[in-house]
Every structure is written in C-alpha cells, then in structure tokens.
Design a protein around this ligand. Structure first.
Ligand code: BES
Ligand code: ZN
Length: 436
C-alpha cells in the first residue's frame, strides 16, 4: 500500500512535514482522504473532485494528480494545515486507511433515565432458564446437528421478544452446520453507526467431540446474558439512534472462526462498527471483585467507558486483568480496528477450571445466575448509552410492558375473579332480599 501525506517543505511553517513523492507532478486519477470541513476548498481548487465515501469527519475523494500541488497550497492558506490530506494509489488503500484511521467515538453518559428505567426489568430467573436450556443440549459443537439446532432455537427465542417489523433476527451461514445468529435493532437517526454485543454459541468437550458439552459457563452464560439484554430492550420498545446488533457467534472454540467470518462480511458490506462488547463467561464468581476487564486485545478508551457504566449504573466492583492471548471473539474486532472490550467473570488465574469438559454445568454456579445479572446490567447500559435514542414505551406503560405480562395476567385474573365474586354476592343478596 502506498499512501503519502502531501506537504511541501517550502511552505512556511511546514519544515517538519513528511517528505513527498513526486506524486503531485504526475497526472491521472488519485484518491485522497481529507477532512470534510476542507471539501469547499478542494472543490474550489480542483477541476474534478468526486466524493466516494464519507465516514465521520473524513471523506475519500477521487481527484486529478495535477491538482494536488495547488490543493496543498490552498489547504495551508485557508486551513493552516501542512498538507492536511493523504494521497493513495488505489481506492482500496484510501478506503482502508479511512476506516482504520477513523476517529474514535465520543463516550458520553446522557441516557440515565432510559438506563434506569430498563435495568430493574433484568431477571435472574430468565438468565438461569436460558442457561438451563442451552446446557441441556447434548452439545453445541459447531459441526454437530445439536450445534445447528442451537442456532435455530436461539433465533426463535430472540424472535419471540417482539412483533416489531423493523427488528430482524437472521442466521448467518459461514459454511458450518451451526450458524451465527444476528439480531438487529436499526438505528433511527444514525443507522450507519453500529454497536455490537456478542458472545459465542458453540461449546466443546476437548477430546470427546460428540459427548455432552454443556458449556454452562463457556458460553451459555454469555448467550443467556445477551438474551436477557435483548428481551429487556425490546420489552421497553427501545429505539436506538445507532443500530444495535446482538450476535451469537458460531465456531469460537475452534479458533474464533465464526466472529472472523462475521467481521470479514461486515467489512465487505462496509458496515461501520463503532464498538463491540464480548460476553464470554459471565456466571462463575471466582474472585473477590465482580467484573474483570481484559486489557489485552481490547480498547483502553472503551474499557474506561465501561468502568463509568459500572460505577454509575451497575454498582459492581471491578478490576483489570489480561487473557494473555486472543482468548475470545473481541480479538476479531480488535484485529479489524474496531474498539472492543471483554468484561470477564473472574481473574484469569482464578478462572473456572472445568470449562471444555462435561463438568461445565450450573452446579459450578450454585444453580443460580446472580453473577451473570451484573453483566446483563452492564450490557444493557452499554447498549443504551452507546446506542443513544429512547425507550419508546411511555413511562406509564413501562412498568406494564411485556416483560411484566405475567404479573399483569395474575393481577388481572385476581381482579376478574373478585369482580365475579362481587357480582355473584350482590345477586345473592338481592335475590335473598327479594325472596327472603
Ligand atoms: N471462554 C474461553 C476463553 C477464556 C477462558 C477466557 C478462560 C478467559 C479464561 C473461550 O471460549 C476459549 O476457550 N478460547 C480458546 C481460544 C480460542 C482462540 C479458540 C482458549 O482459551 O483456549
Ligand atoms: Zn471456550
């Protein structure tokens, strides 16, 4: 790849600018990346300037090489920048530099009403139920029939959470029996910016591929946590500004293959993922603090944002630790230049020792999901503060939204029975008084 920062040392104040090739003296089409604020200057200077793609504050533009020297002078004159744009030999180079060099997003906490309205609906028993169902399957191995069935089961479960036509749940085929499952809540005002929350659906029993591999912790816990986040966001009729995608990756245990395929496909489709959160093992409390942020293969700024979310909304204790290798699907996003994080259930050296065996069951978590609840709260807060937007269910309806429908039915039923009993009593009294 050949890309040049264009600057001319002869320009005042640009003595330290990068030396240039003779590219500006050539003719023919070139591709530049330039700040969108400088597009008027570019248009006034270059005879032809075709904007190909704009991402955030930067644009990729096709220009004629002979205009580059004049552009550099105008940039210096009007924007006080030495060069201020990059020249690339091919469009592919320009687009990949544009994406890899994109500005990190701003991390803000300004959706506290929505977060605080959503978090109380997170239910431990719902998470526990999902772990039970997933770990009861023979295994969720990426090449097995039961691994394939797990994808369909999860798709149907996620589909059951809403009637909304804009929300989709798809199976993503990457050539294995098991498919990744992708739930999408499209963004209202910034749909092209995508926030990903993920975990891996597959399980494995090392050395015994057809045997029972419950994977209750690794990673039914993460999938159950994601499932609860999906249920609550949709019960609250969440309408994010950015697009939210929840992804259950297939084939993690065999070399992150599922997430690598998803990342590749997203890159091909030019999907701009602004942040990724990985939930892999959330329900084994092995250490004195609750949540451990893995520092390696993750993004420091997004990790700091997660700590803000933990302190503001979750109230869980946390620490930093490291995997020491690309231990889960967050590494696939990091490799692609996407800020990714991996909040983990314990210190690495106090980790659950029975994963990848038939002993990875709920027994290791005392048959409850109280640890995973903290990750569900963190994940829901992450989705809402990254996604922005609002819960569309009006405040009065929020308490009575679908996730509380069981209570509504019960209360409604009791009220109905009491009403009928009252009517019967009144009739009886009036009959008694009429005939008594
Ligand atoms: N959930 C584990 C990763 C993990 C295990 C993180 C223990 C922290 C503590 C994941 O499913 C896994 O098993 N990853 C593989 C590596 C992957 C590239 C196949 C592993 O750790 O061996
Ligand atoms: Zn594993």
């Amino acid at each position: 790849m050949r890309s040049f920062l264009i600057a001319f040392a002869v320009l005042a104040g640009c003595a330290n600018a990068a030396p240039t090739d003779d590219v500006a003296e050539q003719v023919g089409e070139r591709y530049i990346t330039i700040g969108t604020d400088a597009l008027p200057t570019l248009r006034a200077t270059a005879d032809t300037a075709a904007v190909i793609e704009t991402t955030g504050d930067f644009a990729v533009v096709a220009v004629d090489a002979q205009d580059l020297e004049a552009l550099s002078e105008e940039m210096h004159e009007h924007h006080h920048r030495c060069g201020g744009f990059m020249v690339h030999d091919t469009l592919d180079d320009a687009l990949s530099v544009q994406r890899d060099g994109r500005k990190p997003i701003e991390y803000t906490l300004d959706r506290s009403a929505a977060v605080r309205a959503a978090l109380p609906s997170i239910r431990e028993d719902a998470i526990l139920g999902t772990i039970r169902e997933l770990s009861a399957m023979q295994n969720r191995y990426y090449q097995s029939a039961t691994g394939a069935a797990a994808s369909e089961w999860l798709r149907d479960r996620w589909l059951s959470f809403t009637d909304r036509k804009d929300v989709t749940v798809e199976l993503f085929d990457q050539g294995y029996a098991q498919k990744s499952v992708i739930l999408t809540i499209p963004g209202t005002t910034r749909p092209d910016e995508v926030v990903v929350l993920g975990g891996h659906l597959d399980s494995i029993a090392i050395g015994a591929r057809n045997s029972h591999a419950p994977g209750a912790d690794d990673d039914a816990s993460g999938i159950a946590t994601l499932t609860e986040i999906a249920r609550v966001l949709l019960a609250k009729d969440y309408r994010p500004a950015r697009t939210i995608k929840l992804i259950a990756y297939a084939a993690e245990e065999v070399g992150l293959r599922g997430s690598l395929a998803v990342v590749k496909e997203f890159k091909k489709r030019k999907i701009n993922v602004v942040g990724a959160l990985q939930l892999d093992m959330t329900n084994y409390q092995g250490s004195d603090r609750d949540i451990w942020l893995m520092k390696d293969f993750t993004d420091a700024a997004q990790n700091a944002f997660l700590i803000q979310l933990l302190d503001t909304y979750v109230g869980a204790t946390w620490g930093y630790d490291a995997c020491g290798y690309a231990c889960s699907d967050h590494a696939s996003w990091t490799r692609a230049g996407v800020p990714a994080s991996m909040p983990f259930e314990s210190r690495m050296n106090e980790r659950n020792q029975v994963i990848h065996t038939k002993k990875d069951t709920l027994e290791m978590s005392n048959e409850n999901a109280s640890h995973a609840v903290k990750f569900a709260r963190l994940g829901a807060a992450y989705a809402i503060e990254m996604g922005k937007g609002e819960l569309a269910a009006p405040a009065a309806d929020v308490a009575a939204s679908t996730d509380d429908s069981g209570w509504r039915l019960l209360v409604g039923g009791i009220a109905g029975v009491l009403a009928l009993a009252g009517v019967a009593l009144v009739r009886r009294i009036s009959r008694d008084s009429a005939w008594g």
